[in-house]
Design a protein around this ligand. Sequence first.
Ligand SMILES: O=c1ccn([C@@H]2O[C@H](COP(=O)(O)O)[C@@H](O)[C@H]2O)c(=O)[nH]1
Length: 306
Amino acid sequence: MIDKLVKKIKETKAPIVVGLDPMLSYVPEYIKKTAFDEYGETLEGAAEAIWQYNKGIVDAVHDLIPAVKPQIAMYEQFGIEGLKVFQKTVDYCKSKDLVVIADIKRGDIGSTSAAYAVGHLGKVAVGSKTYSVFGEDFATVNPYLGTDGIKPFVDVCKEEKKGIFVLVKTSNPSSGEFQDRLIDGKPLYELVGAMVNEWGKDTIGESGYSSVGAVVGATYPEMGKVLRKIMPKSFILVPGYGAQGGKAADLVHYFNEDGLGAIVNSSRGIIAAYKQEKYASFGEANYADASRQAVVDMIEDINSVL
Ligand SMILES: O=c1ccn([C@@H]2O[C@H](COP(=O)(O)O)[C@@H](O)[C@H]2O)c(=O)[nH]1
C-alpha cells in the first residue's frame, strides 16, 4: 500500500491528505434539516447528516488528492450509527480509488493489538470463512506498549500489503510532557523514531519506502528535521498544518531529497473551509466547492516550498 500511496502522490502532485473529521457543527443547516426530517434529532439523524456532508466533500475533492484520513473519534461519538458511517465513508473513498488512512491510534498488549490489526487492516476468520472488516489501507498506531503492541500490526501489514503510521512526535501542545523526556541523553521521540526505522526494515516496497511510517506534527519543525534523518525510509504523516498553526515553510525538512517522504494532513482547514473568512463567499450551500478551493490552495502552498 505504501507503493500505491507514493504512486498516487506522484500522479496528483499533491503530498497532502484530507482529514475527514466531521463535527455536526460543521454540517450545513440544509443537510441537517433533511437528515433530521427523516430520522429525527437522533444518533441516526446525526450519522446521516455527517454521511451526506462527507460524501459532498469527497465528491468535490477526490480527483485532486491521493488520500483521506477519517478520524474515528468523530464517528464513534455517535455510537454504532456513527461507526456505520465511518465504514460507509471508508468504502466510498476506496470506490474513488483514494488511499484511506484510518486515524484510530490503537495499540495494546500483543493479543489485543492483533485483534485491532485484523479488524482494521486484515481479515477476521469466522469458521471456514474470512472477512475483511473495516478494510482501511493504513492505521495510526500508538507505540507506548512497545514492540508487543506494534508487531501484530506489522505482521498484518506484511500479509495484506497494508501500512501503519506510528505516533512519534505528536502535534499537540503538551506532547513534550512524555515525548521530549531525555532517556540516556536522547529525547524519547528520537528513540521511538529509531524503533520505527527498525520495525519497518523488512517492509520496504518498490518505492523505497517502508510500510511502517511515523506521525510527526507540523508544529515541531526542528524535531521533524531530526526525525527525517533517523527514519529515512519511513513516510511521515504530518498533522498540525492549518488549524493548529503549522506552516508550509516549516515542513520542507520533513521531505526527502526526492521530494517524497511526507504527506501533510489538514482536516478542519479543508472540510470546514466555508466557515473561514477566506472562503466565506462560497456560502453554506457551496461548502464542498469551498473545500475544493482550500485543497487547491493547500497543494500550491505545500508545493511552493518543495
Ligand atoms: O499528532 C497528531 C496526531 C493526530 N492528529 C489528528 O490529525 C487531525 C488534525 O486535524 P486539524 O483539524 O487539521 O487540526 C485530527 O484528526 C487529529 O486527531 C493530530 O492533530 N496530531
